[in-house]
Ligand binder design. Sequence first.
Ligand SMILES: N[C@@H](Cc1c[nH]c[nH+]1)C(=O)O
Length: 389
Amino acid sequence: MPNWLLPEHIADVLPSEARKIEELRRLMLDNFRLYGYELVMPPLLEYVESLMTGAGQDTELRTFKLVDQISGRMLGLRADMTTQVARIDAHLLNRATVTRLCYAGSVLHTRPSGLHTTREPLQIGAEIYGHAGLEADAEIQELALASLALAGFTDVRLDLSHVGVLRAILAEDANAAKDEAALYLLLRAKDVPGLEAQTAHYSPLVRSALLALPNLYGDVDVLKRAREVLPDLPGIAKALAELAALAATADNAAIGREVAVDLADLRGYQYESGAMFAIYVPGLPNAVLRGGRYDHVGEAFGRARPATGFSMDLRELARLLPTAERKHSIRAPWGNAPELKDKIAELRKTGEVVIQSLPGHSNEQDEFECDRALVLDDSGSNWILKNLG
Ligand SMILES: N[C@@H](Cc1c[nH]c[nH+]1)C(=O)O
């Protein structure tokens, strides 16, 4: 086996793709800043216990582990930056008021989440800490949609869900509560036969509610149907009311945005505590962006803070965008003459790409198309631009 082979689901990013990803990253971080989100950069590597704090079983399974040669302790490579940012809010910033934070960086997954998915997503996201009301969730959803729109994705579907529904159902039956992890998996796979088998010994009320969840998806009218078929529990009523309010805020038919509800969509890292959402774009079965409320993660770090946010993978997003057009650029000869150097510097200052041909080479570039050349005029003393036909 050649020793330069990369592991499965790990890849180099080549010039034009890398450029697309980087442009998206800048666009989005600049936009987050316009909403007042401050950039943080958590480390790639932490003690494994700290990475697992407040996170669910999914995170545990997804985290690569290695031994620290300095402390002898187990380290983990981050699989999700959200809990790291929650730690920063809870401990390092220690602010009593609202804090808005954003981030962008590579995360690593032990296994890919889909057939063609990378194990090294470039995660970008934004989080609000310190506000328990739905206004924060609405702002996060608006920012998520605006970020995708900026990247060129306007034809999107926003799916809403709420962990409060499942939690309220499970609280009615101790046996069901014990099986929470297994139920999560069955629900997110919409595995009805599996659910039927799993719920056979639960109380009839809990069993019928759990079996109803996989069918509760569709447009916003699902909320009405959910009120009819789910048990009349305060936790469920509260969750459905929150979803109705968020759906009303997000609904904007004028820009072609579709809002849907899927009460069994509980994918994620299992730290969510309230309303959750996922955004889908045409041509991709998996959500391109996920988010939601996770009020208990800060608590696990010793400081309870309401929290809500979203994140997405820039590599996946960039893959969906058309290849960027090649940038027009200028070819210049090699040389140290001050007039040539000055002319090149002057052009670069105006944003032009100027590529000096090294002696004996022609340029082969993926990203740049040299449509002009810097040449000496007839007098032999002035550098001028000549169009290349
Ligand atoms: N980090 C979560 C999404 C999220 C961000 N903030 C809250 N939830 C994910 O990747 O699924």
